[in-house]
Design a protein around this ligand. Structure first.
Ligand SMILES: NC(=O)c1ccc[n+]([C@@H]2O[C@H](COP(=O)([O-])OP(=O)(O)OC[C@H]3O[C@@H](n4cnc5c(N)ncnc54)[C@H](O)[C@@H]3O)[C@@H](O)[C@H]2O)c1
Length: 247
């Protein structure tokens, strides 16, 4: 059991990659607080608990400081400490050429995909400092590393998450907190299902391995980075992208 006894908060745990992370963490022995706006995370927490895991749901909006503070407090109150944060919650954007940029859309995506990660890191680091450290894993994207036509706020937010993670890693390097991020390629989740079929086909063509990733494959990378086996890794970003960024 890779994460036996570890206390973890996973945001965006109600769907897709976050759901796969919560399921894997449960099977690896972690005590989990599933944070999400969506009630589906509550249903998942009940399912995991019924199967013998330790899992609770805390409704949380990652853009709201009060809500995120309560999320981290829920872990400390229920389980006495916080060992792991997975800042996974994120939203896609309505793409457009930059000359048609809708500033409301820009702000909505930056808010969730960048500011939300910063707020989660803020309250998780605060909790971890009280108990001698922990591991933070932030969810980035291949679009943090390569450009893509008509991708604006999402690409900017994800690139910023990578560098924010490096700064967090350096800030707490001697205080026992490791911070890393994972950059998935195209993963078969409800987020992708919301995109037009032509876009999905374009994604398949661009994937060197010829298929989309499964959410479970991303969860494995997150679990490793969150575990003590990754004790020497901090400030890193692991591309889990089927070779997309190798081209
Ligand atoms: N699916 C992909 O191909 C892909 C690729 C690269 C990166 N990612 C990133 O992985 C992460 C998860 O993506 P996914 O595909 O599983 O998406 P998803 O849409 O399946 O799940 C996202 C979850 O986040 C929750 N969420 C959204 N806004 C929130 C908020 N403000 N507060 C709390 N929860 C909120 C949603 O309710 C949902 O349960 C995102 O950060 C995404 O950008 C996904």
């Amino acid at each position: 059991m890779l994460l036996k006894g570890k206390v973890a908060v996973v945001t965006g745990a109600g769907s897709g990659i976050g759901e796969a992370i919560a399921r894997l963490f449960a099977s690896e022995g972690a005590k989990i607080v599933l944070g999400d706006l969506a009630q589906s995370a509550g249903v998942l927490a009940e399912e995991l608990a019924a199967a013998g895991s330790t899992a609770v749901f805390q409704r949380a909006d990652v853009v709201d400081e009060v809500s995120v503070a309560a999320l981290m407090e829920a872990a400390v109150r229920r389980f006495g400490r916080l060992d792991i944060l997975v800042a996974n919650a994120g939203i896609p954007e309505r793409k457009s050429p930059i000359h048609e940029l809708d500033l409301a859309e820009w702000r909505r995506v930056i808010d969730v995909d960048l500011t939300g990660v910063a707020i989660c890191n803020k309250f998780a680091a605060g909790a971890m400092l009280k108990t001698g450290g922990g591991a933070i894993v932030n969810m980035a994207s291949i679009l943090a590393h390569v450009g893509q036509e008509n991708s604006n706020a999402y690409s900017a937010a994800k690139a910023a998450v990578v560098n924010l993670t490096r700064s967090v890693a350096l800030t707490y390097a001697r205080q026992g907190i490791r911070a890393n991020c994972v950059s998935p390629g195209y993963v078969d989740t409800p987020l992708l299902a919301k995109l037009p079929e032509a876009t999905r086909q374009m994604m398949l063509v661009r994937q060197p391995i010829g298929r989309l990733a499964r959410p479970e494959e991303i969860a494995e990378v997150v679990a490793f980075l969150a575990s003590d086996r990754a004790s020497i890794i901090t400030g890193a970003c692991i591309n889990a992208d089927g070779g997309y960024t190798a081209i």
